[in-house]
Design a protein around this ligand. Sequence first.
Ligand SMILES: *Cc1c(COP(=O)(O)O)cnc(C)c1O
Length: 216
Amino acid sequence: MNIAENLQKIKLNLPENVSLVAVSKTKPVSDILDAYNAGQRIFGENKIQEMVEKHHQLPKDIQWHMIGHLQSNKVKYMAHFVDLIHGVDSFKTLKEINKQAKKHNRIINCLLQVKIATEETKFGLIQKEVEEIITSEEYNQLKNINVIGFMGMASFTSDINQITKEFKSLKTFFDHIKSNNSNIKVLSMGMSGDYTTAINEGSNMIRVGSAIFGTR
Ligand SMILES: *Cc1c(COP(=O)(O)O)cnc(C)c1O
């Protein structure tokens, strides 16, 4: 298991418009440095506290993405440095991010998490809720957040047709919203097991952990 080699292999087949988020959750700082020294600059974590500690210890030109489910009361710990928050699934959380971003005089980029999986357990907004949020007057008043796209997670299944169908539905929705909202640019979908499918279906940001850093 060689992190630099794994990264190289993934990047070899990556279209130019697709960003790679290296998901380093649970992995030690030394592993992140291996990836960093191989040129990787975007890292994803799913726990705020863990990301804060790693941010403190690692080079400051790393772009940190929060990919996990958010607890509103912890947003304040990452508001001064987080580069992109993928898992926003309520208006309440957007409001809290806006509040904390304002304290640091920043505008924080966010993705709304859209539910595409059929499983009950997956977080996310349904499409109608997304439309309600981004067309509301209250949302318009949040000046310290910038919703730049959507994030989706496919069902945990080996049924490639099911996964393809779910990614397709989010891409269609993304295109629909994007057609009259110029802020919407990022479509974050695809993990170690399904990123090739996701890219084929129009993803432009993949979140890859185990295929880079090994199993957790
Ligand atoms: C852990 C995680 C990933 C990466 O998963 P792998 O299968 O290890 O690539 C991607 N997205 C989210 C939201 C995650 O929590």
